[in-house]
Design a protein. Structure first.
Length: 233
């Protein structure tokens, strides 16, 4: 099945360049020059695998659009594009639910590679689960259901993005093992990912807000200082 991608960019030459290259890579592409049009397309069309959002849009900006999309849909992959390269802008984009962040100017081939990697993670183009993998993994008060892609805490479902789910899947498969950030990055984002390892830290903060009773004093996603993180069920 062809990957479905929504490109939201108000600068026509950039939008058309991205869309052309995606179509040459056998993607089905819809284009929007504003957040408002993007939301209309999302509401009326078949589900998208990935949305590529520019930050500086007329009207609602890309950050607000990202938040709006994420409130309605945890399964779509979101890549934010911005001319802003400051660290706080990257962190803001990732904190509100984006899966990836690229600063302009960017390599089109790198963007295509990230779209492909994100599609593999977020579902419909993912490889089939092997027979050796259990459908459900228990860890203390938590259960990870691979079939439904849902994490449960005391039998209550927790809404996770697909990237967050995959981080939890990696933790459950390596319970009690200290994992370096680079290992988490490779396991979730892929070995050829070009981005910053800080994307791991931002997602860990988001996960702690969702699963810990006291996020400021985590009991399950533990920091291994100077190294990475360790899961304790």
């Amino acid at each position: 099945m062809a990957k479905r991608v929504l490109v939201v960019e108000d600068e026509a030459p950039i939008r058309e360049l991205i869309s052309l290259n995606l179509r040459l890579s056998d993607c089905q592409v819809d284009e929007a020059e504003s957040a408002e049009k993007a939301l209309t397309l999302i509401e009326t069309n078949q589900p998208y695998d990935v949305a590529i959002l520019d930050v500086m849009l007329p009207g609602m900006n890309g950050f607000s659009l990202c938040e709006t999309i994420r409130r309605q849909n945890n399964s779509i992959g979101i890549i934010i594009l911005s001319a802003k390269s400051q660290e706080q802008d990257k962190i803001q984009g990732l904190s509100i639910g984006a899966d990836d962040y690229m600063t302009k100017p960017f390599s089109v081939s790198e963007l295509l590679a990230r779209v492909e990697a994100l599609c593999r993670r977020v579902g419909r183009t993912a490889p089939e689960q092997t027979s050796q993998q259990a459908d459900r993994i228990q860890s203390g008060i938590f259960a990870l259901d691979r079939k439904s892609r849902i994490l449960y805490k005391r039998d209550q479902p927790i809404d996770l993005t697909q990237v967050e789910f995959q981080i939890m899947e990696l933790f459950f498969e390596n319970q009690g093992t200290a994992m370096v950030r680079e290992k988490i990055l490779e396991g979730v984002w892929g070995e050829n990912y070009f981005g910053d390892v800080k994307i791991v830290d931002v997602n860990i903060r988001r996960l702690r807000m969702k699963i810990e009773d006291e996020p400021s004093s985590p009991q399950h996603i533990l920091t291994v200082w100077g190294y990475g993180y360790r899961w304790k069920g």
